[in-house]
Ligand binder design. Structure first.
Ligand code: 5GP
Length: 198
């Protein structure tokens, strides 16, 4: 008996540690990390085609018109989108996909009527332990200006309001504890009968 893949949506404010969790799961070859398209500029050390597909606005608009996106949304003044090819090709082959996505994008994927997506879907909200710790984490990254940090703090607090829409919530503690709980989630989801193929 084989199974179709899981589509694990992971949301949470900047500084919640969600990207690190998703990346580590992919590095350990437990899941494919869905590489998004974005119109934002690369941060220091980010690599095109690995962290994101960095596109200009015209290219992004063309991809919308061509129907390439499963979902797309504007976040912090930039456009972000998930390519259908980053998801559908994998889940149909039984490969699990993990996706770092904002709350608007998660709402759009949940509303998607494609039965393959609906069967694959599960979602997790990663929450910082406290507002003080969130502020410390947003400041500590050191790659953004004060204005951007202030905007992200406001957006983070707004984003946190959406956690009740998710199936699972992870209240962040240490990196190792977070990862242990995160990995257990995907391991448990693999037991779900609805994804088994007789
Ligand atoms: P960052 O610019 O810090 O990498 O990401 C900013 C926000 O965009 C994060 O909340 C992240 O989860 C979200 N994001 C990343 N990729 C996508 C995507 O493909 N679609 C949507 N809707 N949001 C995304």
């Amino acid at each position: 008996m084989s199974r179709t893949g899981i589509l694990l949506l992971v949301s949470g404010p900047s500084g919640s540690g969600k990207t690190t969790l998703c990346r580590r799961l992919a590095d350990e070859e437990e899941a494919h990390y869905s590489i998004s398209c974005t119109t934002r500029a690369p941060r220091d050390g980010e690599v095109n085609g690995k962290d994101y597909h960095f596109l200009d606005r015209d290219d992004f608009t063309k991809r919308i018109q061509n129907g390439n996106f499963l979902e797309h949304a504007e976040v912090h003044g930039n456009h972000y989108g998930t390519l259908k090819s980053e998801v559908l090709n994998y889940i149909s082959k039984g490969v699990d996909v993990v996706m770092d996505i904002d709350v608007q994008g998660a709402t759009l994927v949940r509303a998607c009527e494609d039965p393959e997506i609906q069967t694959a879907l599960t979602d997790l909200f990663v929450m910082p332990p406290s507002n003080g710790e969130l502020r410390a984490r947003l400041t500590g990254r050191g790659t953004d200006t004060d204005d951007i940090i202030a905007l992200r703090m406001k957006n983070a607090l707004d984003e946190i309001e959406h956690w009740p829409s998710y199936s699972y919530r992870l209240l962040s503690a240490t990196r190792e504890e977070d990862y242990t709980r995160f990995k257990s989630l995907i391991i448990s989801e693999r037991l779900r009968i609805s994804r088994l193929i007789a």
